[in-house]
Design a protein. Sequence first.
Lengths: 197, 67
Amino acid sequence: MPKPTKGPRLGGGPAHERLMLRNLATALFTHGSITTTETKAKRLQPFAERLVTFAKRGDLHARRRVLAQVTDKTAVHILFTEIAPQVAEREGGYTRITKLGYRKGDNAPLAVIELVLEPVSPKAKPAKAKAEKPAAKAAAEVAAEVVESAEEAEEVTEVTDEAVSEVAEEAVADAAEEVEVAAEAVVDEAVEAGDKE
Amino acid sequence: MAVPKRKSSRSNTRSRRSQWKAEAPTLVKTVEGGKVVYSQPHRAKVVTDSAGTELFLEYKGRKVADV
């Protein structure tokens, strides 16, 4: 059941609004899609969807209740025989409003309201999604752990490489120092020898 | 018919008119084909061909209306 409208009616008064909604609904059912102002489209949406619900029920009583609101028999016939079977699987939301630009004359925001006649393609239910999410999380965690351990291993190898290279460098430096010392000793000896001569 | 008794003063007129202000529309920033585009949120856009001719109005990949 649509929420009752608060605030002022469309047009001149309650009767004017009722008539306007009837005419808009008639146009919507005959054409499938109409361009009107945003406000009118928003008011029409619950009204038209309620009529579609009656049409889905499909019995004579429902038809008479619709005919009390939409007086165009052709439109009601289209609603009951063409539109109702197409939305049989749909659980509400029979119309769609898309906002367009602004009208040239009075800058009024326009919108298209259309019947949603495409076959229903249900989304994955939230319960299923919840079940999938923990599994995905667990998989992600395992993957992360594996990656971390791999990274740690890499770090270890790097450390060892560094240690090895440092040791080697030190050894090389020590050797070089020894060589230098030896060379100096040789030079000193030579000098001493020269002095003696 | 009700008629004003006095001429509205220049001060009153100007004070009233100082409240006429333009409002900046709220826009959303999107990147389309490497270009930054500012557009109104939740509103259909006009699709143009390479020559700039307006073809139709599109919203979320669906054609919604003719221009």
